[in-house]
Each structure stands twice: as structure tokens, then as C-alpha cells.
Write a protein that binds this ligand. Structure first.
Ligand code: 13P
Ligand code: ZN
Length: 269
């Protein structure tokens, strides 16, 4: 039988992982100041709402697949290097209401703390995952320098252009990111428009890149999600290093990529 203690252990485990990964994001230079945000669907449906005296905040949209679900989420404006020190002072727990069109801040350490400004993208992505039942629990956004730099290249106009470069840089990209990266054009951050474009792009891709802004990844754990970002950033660095050395990277050939795609299918089945 599950006890409240086992749930608490799971939450403590998630918070430890948040500390670790937030620290790495900052050390990489991908999450300067408050750049980037993380949300994690908590295991089981933890009825933390009873512990809270908070008001319910209404949402313009409804997230029906997330009814009553609880999330850990980084707070808006909080520095990622501080999240690494204390995920609870720099983040919060939210629970969606019974209709999925509002939320409670359920374990609020400080009165002024609010969820990330990319809340709509995070909730929208979690809602899409819940509907398709693929089991990812983490949504991570960071300002990955290599990827932002790549999107400044005027010849990269769409997802196909981006994937043509990145998937051929090393075998791991195709194996672990087989559906490739989606490229969302520049849209004002924090808006419903960028959230809609992101959710749409995740339908066909494993990772979504925001032009001139950053990257969004999903995964079954924080480490798994970070690894996806790490793999594509390495691909981008290889491309830049070849270019800086003065030659055009050859990239993997189509038959080599197809072979890797088959391997990925075996790997992920
Ligand atoms: P928040 O501090 O609101 O999470 O914003 C950071 C960010 O990266 C916005 O895109
Ligand atoms: Zn951002």
C-alpha cells in the first residue's frame, strides 16, 4: 500500500534531480539569470490542495487531460542557479482544478511567487502528453547557446533545414531524437501564440526550438530530458567547430541515417 511517506520520498527525489539539472543548465551557460524553466508532473494524484489556503487562479484555456494533476514548476523571474540551491524557494507546486481551467498554488513558500511566464506552453505540452499517453513527465526550456546561435543562420528557414544539419552530425542525434527538432519562428515569449505553435510542433518532433530564443524538451525524467538537449547541443557544436575550422561538415549520408532510424525504432520499442 502506498503511504504519504512514499509520495513524499518521490517528491524529494524529484527535487534532488531538479537541483542537479538546474545547476548543470546554469553551468553550461544555458540558463543565465532567470532564463529557462522546468515543470514536472508529480507521481500519483497528490491531493495537496487541502493543505493550501491559496486562491484559485483562473486560466483562459482549459487543460482537460490535466484535471487535478499536480506539478512542480520553477517560478517566474527566479535565477536557475538559485533553483539549483533551493527548488522550493525558487519554484512551487501547483494543482489544476477539477475542470482543468484553473489552478491552485498548493505549497507556497512566499506569497509573491508565481509560476513561470511560459506556464501556457508547459501546461499545453503536459496536456498533449496526457492525451497521447506517452508517459513523459518533464518539460524543460533553456536558452541553449549553440542552438540559439544556429537559428541566427538565415539559411535555416524551417524544421527540415535544421534537421538536415543536426541529425547528420553524430549518430546519437538520430538514435535518441528520431523525430528530429521542430523549429518555431520567433514569437513573443509567454504568449498563447508561442504555446500553440510549440504544442503543434511537438506533435511531429521530439524537441522544439524557438528561433532566436531557446529550446524545449520533454522526457520521462529530468535527466532524460536534459540528455535530449545535451545531444542536440553537441550536434550544433560539432557543426560550428567544422565551420570554424574552415570546412563544410560532410554529415552522415542518407543510408546511414536510415540505418540509424531503424536502430532507434528497436531502441524505443
Ligand atoms: P521565467 O522566469 O518566467 O520562467 O522566464 C524565463 C524564460 O526563459 C522565458 O522564456
Ligand atoms: Zn526563455
Amino acid at each position: 500500500m502506498k503511504t504519504i511517506f512514499s509520495k513524499q520520498d518521490k517528491i524529494d527525489g524529484i527535487l534532488e534531480e531538479v537541483k542537479n539539472i538546474a545547476g548543470i543548465l546554469w553551468e553550461r551557460g544555458w540558463s543565465e539569470k532567470n532564463a529557462g524553466n522546468i515543470s514536472v508532473l508529480l507521481p500519483d494524484r497528490i491531493q495537496l490542495s487541502e493543505l493550501s489556503g491559496s486562491d484559485e487562479y483562473k486560466l483562459k484555456n482549459s487543460f482537460p487531460a490535466l484535471k487535478q494533476q499536480c506539478f512542480y514548476m520553477t517560478a517566474t523571474g527566479k535565477r536557475m542557479q538559485d533553483v539549483a540551491k533551493s527548488p522550493t524557494r525558487n519554484g512551487l507546486f501547483v494543482q489544476l482544478n477539477k475542470s482543468g481551467d484553473g489552478y491552485l498554488i498548493v505549497r507556497q513558500t512566499f506569497n509573491t511567487i508565481q509560476p513561470t511566464s511560459e506556464f501556457l506552453s508547459h501546461l499545453g505540452i503536459h496536456n498533449m502528453i496526457a492525451e497521447r499517453r506517452t508517459g513523459e513527465t518533464v518539460v524543460m526550456h533553456t536558452h541553449a547557446t549553440e542552438i540559439i546561435a544556429l537559428t541566427q543562420y538565415s539559411k535555416i528557414k524551417n524544421s527540415e533545414d535544421l534537421n538536415r544539419i543536426l541529425l547528420g552530425m553524430h549518430p546519437e542525434t538520430m538514435v535518441f531524437i528520431p523525430k528530429g527538432l521542430g523549429l518555431v519562428p520567433y514569437i513573443l515569449p509567454g504568449t498563447q501564440a508561442i504555446a500553440d505553435a510549440t504544442i503543434n510542433s511537438f506533435k511531429d518532433h521530439d524537441i522544439v526550438v524557438w528561433k532566436k530564443h531557446g529550446i524545449f524538451a520533454i522526457g520521462k525524467s529530468l535527466t532524460d530530458t536534459f540528455d535530449h538537449i545535451d545531444i542536440v547541443c553537441k550536434a550544433a557544436r560539432i557543426w560550428f567547430q567544422c565551420k570554424s575550422a574552415g570546412f563544410e561538415p560532410e554529415g552522415l549520408k542518407d543510408d546511414q541515417l536510415n540505418e540509424l532510424k531503424k536502430l532507434a525504432q528497436k531502441f524505443n520499442s
